[in-house]
Design a protein around this ligand. Structure first.
Ligand code: UDX
Length: 432
């Protein structure tokens, strides 16, 4: 099939590359000329394991093309995926849909035969209705169908998530579109993905509801971990004990720092904004947002306690600063608030991240980057394991750290407290 992906950000690029790998002809469009020129040389703008190899393979076999010419890409394609950004509006918690509607206007000027127009960007309920309205101002409704097909790709696991999704959600009441899209996704359905056809509005809401639910699950276990710390119970036992109940499930039940990334913070706010617009009250999600906003202060307070409230000149090392492992993404990472706060209190921060130095901390005088674990931790008073990279899972701390009285605050509960105590390491974890 002939597809075009409008927007070569995370969603558009990964989906476009994977669709081409499944044998489709895909044109990826972006208005950023530098990005497109780089992609033509297989220089990838994001860190995503396995993506570069797939771009190279499909670009070489001519199934994957990159362009800035939106009009031509639309004309040449039967299925058009809108994958542009939907950031949070300034001074509001609603999603900013300017880019989506601009693309819809451009599409309305470029349709000559039947096209399926799909929102893959995360868009609030009724956005599909609005896109349909915009396009039908110029084009007969017989010539297009607007469908919602949300993505559920995790950064760092995006290619696997694309090829082996739990479900493919297609929101349309148009039978022709449904048939074509079921066919497009048939290689994934034959590998076990469930295919569900819903109304367009339901598909739009499924995406927000899923992310808000996962954010709720994490926040629930994070709050329980606070209780566990007071009553000498290990949160890991609680996660295992709860997770084995099939109605609950063990995934996204790991306590840690505040959740971050490009989706959960933005999407929880946007779904609340939608519910406010329709005068209902998503009080659970409102409470999740508040609790998560407060999480970094709570973990900072614990850090101060671990250091007996003596922060000035303490050498603190952060292992990992991105919002999670296997990504270079710093968006809404809790390190962005924790490191400056500790720095302000007079701590000397050193950090190592497998994805390299971050611009976010370059202006802070006493925050330095080390390019390996050994030099990062060797002089530390406190080592904070902030991100759960595999690289941090079997460090011989006693061998590498010179300072005799060092402490470890493991915010991802990677290590066993028992083994740490056997090695006489002063070890603190979340929820125990
Ligand atoms: C998320 C959704 O999972 C994906 O379906 C959606 O389409 C995009 O947003 P992503 O933002 O890449 O994906 O990260 P994810 O793996 O979901 O983690 C989000 C945050 O939750 C991270 O900060 C992570 O550290 C945290 N998390 C996750 C926990 O704290 N505990 C867990 O058990 C799981």
């Amino acid at each position: 099939m002939k597809l075009c992906m409008i927007g070569t950000g995370y969603v558009g690029l990964v989906s476009g590359v994977c669709f081409s790998d499944l044998g489709n002809d895909v044109i990826c469009v972006d208005k950023d000329l530098d990005k497109i020129n780089n992609l033509k040389q297989c220089i990838i703008p994001i860190y995503e394991p396995g993506l570069e190899e797939l771009v190279l393979k499909n670009f070489k076999n001519n199934r994957l093309k990159f362009t800035t010419n939106l009009k031509e890409a639309i004309l040449k394609s039967d299925i058009i995926f809108i994958c542009v950004g939907t950031p949070t509006k300034k001074n509001s918690s609603a999603a900013d849909l300017t880019q989506v509607y601009d693309v819809a206007k451009e599409i309305s000027r470029s349709i000559a035969k039947f096209k399926i127009i799909i929102t893959k960007s995360t868009v609030p309920v009724t956005t599909g209705d609005e896109i349909e309205k915009i396009i039908s101002k110029k084009i007969s409704k017989k010539l297009f169908s607007v469908v919602s097909n949300p993505e559920f790709l995790r950064e760092g696991e995006a290619i696997r998530d694309f090829i082996y999704p739990d479900r493919v959600v297609i929101g349309t009441s148009n039978k022709r579109s449904n048939k074509i899209l079921k066919n497009l996704y048939s290689p994934l359905i034959s590998k076990g993905a469930k295919y569900i056809n819903t109304s367009r509005r339901a598909a739009e809401l499924i995406k927000y509801a899923s992310n808000a639910f996962l954010a709720t699950k994490i926040t629930f276990i994070n709050e329980l971990s606070n209780l566990c710390e007071k009553i000498n119970v290990n949160i890991e036992d609680i996660s295992i004990g709860m997770g084995l109940d099939k109605r609950i499930g063990s995934r996204f039940l790991r306590a840690g720092p505040a959740y971050g990334g490009s989706c959960f913070p933005k999407d929880t706010k946007a779904i609340v904004s939608t519910s406010d617009k329709f005068k209902t009250n998503l009080s659970v999600i409102k409470s999740v947002i508040k609790s998560n906003d407060n999480r970094s202060s709570l973990l900072l307070k614990r850090t101060f306690e671990i250091l007996n409230n003596k922060i000035k000149n303490k050498k603190i090392c952060f292992l990992g600063v991105t919002f999670k492992a296997n990504t270079d993404d710093m968006r809404d990472s809790s390190s962005l608030s924790m490191i400056p706060s500790l720095h302000k209190k007079g701590a000397k921060i050193n950090y190592f991240d497998p994805t390299g130095e971050k611009n976010d901390f370059k202006k802070l005088k006493n925050v330095t980057f080390s390019n390996n674990i050994k030099s990062a931790i060797s002089n530390s008073d406190l080592i904070i394991i902030h991100t759960e990279w595999n690289d941090f899972k079997s460090i011989n701390f006693n061998k590498l750290v010179k300072n005799k009285n060092y402490k470890i605050f493991d915010m991802r509960n990677i290590y066993s407290a028992k083994k740490m105590s056997e090695q006489k390491i002063k070890y603190f974890a979340i929820g125990s």
